[in-house]
Write a protein that binds this ligand. Structure first.
Ligand SMILES: *[C@@H]1O[C@H](CO)[C@@H](O)[C@H](O)[C@H]1NC(C)=O
Ligand SMILES: *[C@@H]1O[C@H](CO)[C@@H](O)[C@H](O)[C@H]1NC(C)=O
Ligand SMILES: *[C@@H]1O[C@H](CO)[C@@H](O)[C@H](O)[C@H]1NC(C)=O
Ligand SMILES: *[C@@H]1O[C@H](CO)[C@@H](O)[C@H](O)[C@H]1NC(C)=O
Ligand SMILES: *[C@@H]1O[C@H](CO)[C@@H](O)[C@H](O)[C@H]1NC(C)=O
Ligand SMILES: *[C@@H]1O[C@H](CO)[C@@H](O)[C@H](O)[C@H]1NC(C)=O
Ligand SMILES: *[C@@H]1O[C@H](CO)[C@@H](O)[C@H](O)[C@H]1NC(C)=O
Length: 560
């Protein structure tokens, strides 16, 4: 106090020049410590006596503090600055907890011997707003109707923040028709901070479903701040319905077919009319209708419409596939070899039917046809039919049976020359049994593919005529063979097999001669009959086969 008075006295007495520098200005942040530099932070002159800070005050200026050359600080302020001001080593004025009331001109007086310099600083305090919020949001927007979507508020800023709106990132600009933006700024009477509010009135369109509305607060302090995005329910009437067939096709009889009527309005209608081939059914609180256990009669056109407006409708055709089949014969059937068997397939379906056959699980490339049944035709036949997702199969088990027929009766000299092996081969079904007129040993029998092979070993001590008798439920046949005693056989072996060969040739020659004779006779009869003009082909055929049988027998006898 004492020294300050001395200095001030000195200034006045020395009648110094007062030099005021041009106004400098700084921007400080609200709520933080304001640092007001003296002479832009330039070093203090060497002959510094003291520094004094003052500020503009109604009716003059108010002293804040002084700092002597010896760094001795004296607070001069009596008002609220008393507890908030301090000075830094480089003589900057520090004001704690800056408020808008601190926006003022603070002057740093630098006093040297015989000279006083003043450095006034205009302090501006700024504050960024709180993050913006959208308040008073609309519950929903109606297509084409101007509605207050919400009010965006950016609180407590200085200077006031400005607010912009955007939809899906695109700015919304006030156009006086479909977009109205009204902004207002209010000031807090205590803090003098400003709150900016911006009301958006918006006329929504259908395309705004899911659109994100955001408001952005712009301020000199710091980057733009965005409100959390908001989406709105857009209400619009139904203009179009779509009939969907929800169940997966193609459909067959017995399926359930669910129809769904989708309307493009929001909120969607709650009731619909389903037009089921002329019959109208009202469905409430649902958009679906199920046709259960459909039949081929269900095939046709189906429609749906909004309950209160039948003109808004959609149609779909539904077709139910069907497949009716039958196969004759069916089940297990037994037929005689050589017979004819008619296989008949009948089908009626909603489309082209694919038919495939298998015999004993192996595919057949064409449908079976039995003009003359053979044993090999026996088996399990399955016919598969399919049309548009429907599959059906029919089957029959065929057993071809026939009386036994002896195909061959032969003898063979055993390797050791001490026995003979007799083989009787026959065909027939069911499996025939074999009986020999002699007692043999080493019996071997096999039955495969309806062919029976039966072997016995004999040791003939004398010339034998051996009979092989084959029988099943359908008949019995036998054949004989001459078996010479082993002694005779050995002699024959010595003579060579040429003998047997010669006999065979003779047999064939005799057979050919006979055949020639038969042809001659037949030709003679034919000439005679054709002159009369009545000849039956059947007789000729049976005659021929009769002859060929005789020939075969002759050959066989000769062979043995
Ligand atoms: C003054 O000193 C303070 C540290 O006390 C420093 O942060 C500030 O930048 C200085 N001011 C100037 C203008 O040099
Ligand atoms: C201080 O700065 C503010 C903002 O820059 C300005 O509005 C005001 O007029 C200035 N005051 C003086 C006294 O120059
Ligand atoms: C059809 O729907 C009925 C009940 O509505 C159900 O009992 C039946 O199993 C369904 N049929 C098929 C093939 O899904
Ligand atoms: C359904 O079929 C009928 C007859 O084929 C046809 O006239 C009609 O246009 C079809 N409807 C739809 C919706 O396809
Ligand atoms: C095939 O089925 C349809 C539908 O059930 C029926 O109208 C038609 O008469 C049938 N056709 C034959 C050849 O059975
Ligand atoms: C075959 O053997 C049986 C007994 O073993 C006998 O009774 C029968 O007479 C014999 N038959 C011939 C043809 O030798
Ligand atoms: C067996 O038959 C052959 C040929 O017919 C004859 O030559 C032979 O004498 C006969 N043997 C006996 C033992 O009868």
């Amino acid at each position: 106090m004492h020294s300050t008075g001395f200095y001030i006295g000195a200034i006045i007495t020395s009648a110094v020049l007062l030099q005021v520098n041009s106004l400098d200005s700084i921007i400080a942040l609200y709520g933080e410590t304001i640092e007001v530099p003296c002479n832009k932070g330039a070093p203090m002159p060497e002959n510094l006596m003291f520094v004094k800070w003052k500020y503009n005050k109604a009716g003059g200026s108010g002293d804040l503090l002084t700092k002597s050359n010896g760094q001795e600080v004296t607070i001069l302020a009596k008002d609220s600055y008393k507890d908030r001001v301090s000075i830094s080593p480089n003589s900057s004025l520090l004001i704690a907890d800056g408020t808008l009331a601190d926006q003022n001109t603070f002057t740093c007086m630098v006093v040297v011997q015989g000279d006083v310099k003043e450095y006034p600083v205009n302090v501006t305090v700024q504050k960024r707003p709180l993050p913006p919020q959208i308040n008073d949001k609309a519950l929903e927007l109606e297509n084409g109707k101007l509605t207050t979507l919400g009010e965006c508020v950016a609180q407590d800023a200085h200077p006031p923040a400005s607010i912009t709106w955007s939809k899906n990132g695109e700015p919304l600009v006030h156009d006086g028709k479909t977009i109205l933006i009204t902004s207002a700024v209010t000031q807090d009477p205590a803090t003098h901070l400003s709150t900016t509010s911006s009301k958006l009135e918006y006329s929504a369109v259908k395309g705004d479903v899911g659109a994100q509305f955001v408001c952005t607060a712009k301020h000199v302090q710091g980057p733009d701040q965005e409100s959390p995005p908001e989406t709105f329910t857009i209400r619009y009437p139904t203009e179009k319905v779509t009939l969907q067939v929800v169940s997966k096709g193609p459909f067959k009889e017995g399926d359930n077919v669910t129809l769904k009527c989708k309307a493009d309005g929001n909120p969607p209608p709650t009731s619909f009319n389903f037009h089921l081939k002329g019959q109208k059914v009202l469905v409430e609180d649902s958009d679906s209708y199920t046709l259960t256990d459909v039949t081929r009669e269900v095939t046709g056109e189906y429609k749906c419409s909004v309950a209160d407006d039948d003109s808004v409708e959609d149609a779909k055709n539904i077709s139910v596939n069907f497949l009716d089949v039958s196969l004759s014969p069916s089940g297990s059937i037994v037929k005689n070899v050589g017979d004819r068997l008619e296989v008949a397939v009948q089908k009626n379906a909603s489309g082209e039917v694919k038919v495939s056959w298998t015999k004993d699980k192996r595919p057949l490339d064409k449908p079976p046809k039995f003009d003359k049944l053979a044993y090999s035709d026996s088996g399990s036949y399955v016919c598969e039919f399919s049309v548009a997702g429907i599959k059906q199969s029919r089957s029959f088990q065929l057993v071809v049976q026939g009386p036994p027929e002896i195909k061959r009766l032969s003898k063979e000299l055993g390797e050791d020359g001490q026995h003979k092996v007799l083989t009787c081969e026959a065909e027939g079904s069911p499996q025939p049994s074999v009986q020999w007129s002699v007692n043999g040993t080493d019996e071997q029998s096999s039955y495969q593919n309806w062919k029976l092979t039966h072997k016995i070993t004999v040791v003939p001590t004398a010339n034998l005529t051996v009979t092989c008798t084959v029988s099943n439920e359908l008949g019995m046949v036998f054949k004989t063979i001459d078996v010479f005693s082993l002694f005779e056989e050995e002699k024959k072996q010595e003579e060579g097999e040429g003998d047997d060969q010669a006999k065979l040739i003779v047999g064939i020659v005799v057979g050919l001669l006979l055949a020639a004779a038969v042809v001659g006779v037949v030709y003679w009869i034919y000439m005679k009959k054709s002159k009369q003009g009545s000849w039956k082909t059947g007789e000729k055929e049976s005659g021929t086969s009769e002859e060929s049988k005789k020939l075969e027998e002759t050959n066989h006898k000769a062979n043995v």
